[in-house]
Design a protein around this ligand. Structure first.
Ligand SMILES: [Zn+2]
Length: 414
């Protein structure tokens, strides 16, 4: 549990609240902004877009724009008290409801010390709701705003075969939340993610308030699938159709987020993703998982290269079976881990955005093997190896040679 909690703490960062922080979709942003400027804000809107589109991000930026005290023609200011509160995830006028499962949120664990997870679940008859999952939700929305239901479940450790839904209690809670008056005097906004997962009692509970909401109350329903929506809900909302991202937009996004990726990987990933940014990100993360596993084996084998040459030989075979791009990506990945190792060791580990598992690996490795004296020679060795790949040198010879160089460089101590 400690590891999961650490992961959450590590990854909590500000929300992206500006339209300009969302990839592409300029046409839609203009329409949304103009609706506010012209005072044509429908009180119940359905941000409809397939999985991996920008529908949730746009709803958040739109909610911010609605209450911004100093908006420009195209965006929120990002600095006024309202924008700052939303960005820091402390705005009392912005509410979230989303699917949850009947498990105890990780952020609430540790309270029943000494009990196993199952015992904790059994001993509690409480149905945890969105408000109980807010720390997890904030982390998810800040770090993975294009993620899908599965990504959300995974982020709080939900088993893949378990379902999340929006239960009836949540419907009742929505009503009580929105009955409170606004904190700032502006709009109260409720972002309801995946309303198609409301069970029918939850949907029925909010029908009335959806049709006749209290003054200055806005519902932003963010849905992936119009076919699963109850007609009674659908008929009460105005649809904002969110198109999918273009291949080019996805490529641009990935390039910014993962500067070390080669053009070929960027291109392939954006084509496979087919407009689904969540899918593109998953593909990249999966690739990095494989790379990490290989790198761990490789570093270990480099340490023992003089005692056990067999381990390096085996990895050399594995490496030579990758294509040129995969080989270069592997080396780029190693380079980025070395650099991050240096930051973890001498700088601020909080600046690093890695999962808890990867961070542990980087820490251990960096403490033993990376320092200010060997980082540059390591950089040089890897860069030269990449040039050899470009020049079609034998991958086997290059990799074996590089492994010997690493073994030597890791032994340089302060
Ligand atoms: Zn503002």
């Amino acid at each position: 549990m400690y590891i999961k909690y650490k992961y959450l703490k590590l990854n909590i960062q500000n929300y992206h609240v500006l339209f300009s922080e969302i990839l592409g979709l300029d046409d839609l942003k203009t329409t949304l902004v103009q609706a506010v400027q012209n005072n044509h804000v429908a009180h119940a809107q359905l941000f409809l877009g397939r999985e991996g589109t920008g529908n949730l991000s746009l709803a958040l930026a739109y909610a911010t724009y609605l209450n911004c005290q100093n908006p420009t023609e195209t965006d929120s200011c990002g600095k006024c008290p309202s924008c700052s509160r939303i960005k820091k995830q402390i705005d009392p006028d912005l509410h979230f409801v989303f699917p949850t499962a009947n498990v105890k949120p990780p952020s609430q664990k540790g309270k029943g010390k000494g009990k196993t997870e199952d015992e904790e679940e059994e001993s509690s008859n409480k149905r945890y709701l969105s408000d109980d999952f807010l720390p997890e939700w904030r982390s998810f929305l800040a770090t993975n705003p294009y993620g899908n239901l599965n990504d959300w479940g995974k982020s709080f450790g939900l088993a893949e075969n378990k379902q999340s839904i929006i239960p009836v209690d949540e419907g009742r809670k929505i009503i009580s939340k929105l009955m409170l008056s606004s904190f700032s005097g502006g709009y109260k906004v409720l972002i309801l993610w995946l309303p198609e997962l409301m069970n029918s009692s939850a949907a029925n509970a909010i029908l009335k308030i959806l049709e006749e909401p209290p003054a200055k109350t806005i519902f932003l329903l963010v849905s992936n699938n119009i076919n699963l929506m109850l007609p009674t809900i659908l008929s009460r909302t105005q649809i904002v159709a969110i198109r999918q991202f273009t291949d080019q937009e996805i490529e641009t996004y990935l390039k910014q987020k993962y500067p070390a990726l080669t053009q070929q990987v960027l291109l392939e990933t954006s084509l496979i993703a087919d407009g689904n940014l969540a899918e593109a990100l998953r593909k990249i993360e999966q690739g990095q998982g494989t790379q990490q596993a290989f790198l761990e084996k490789w570093l270990r084998a480099s340490y023992t290269i003089y005692k056990d040459f067999g381990a390096i030989q085996k990895l050399t075979e594995e490496f030579s079976e990758l294509n040129k791009d995969e080989q270069k990506n592997m080396l780029l990945y190693a380079l980025s881990i070395f650099r991050q190792g240096l930051v973890v060791k001498y700088g601020d580990a909080n600046m690093i955005r890695l999962s808890a598992e990867t961070l542990d690996f980087v820490k251990k490795f960096a403490n033993a093997s990376i320092n200010e004296h060997n980082i540059q020679p390591l950089h040089l060795a890897l860069s030269e190896a990449m040039q050899h790949i470009d020049r079609n040198a034998s991958a086997k010879i290059m990799f074996t040679d590089l492994s010997f160089q690493l073994a030597r460089l890791f032994r340089i101590n302060v």
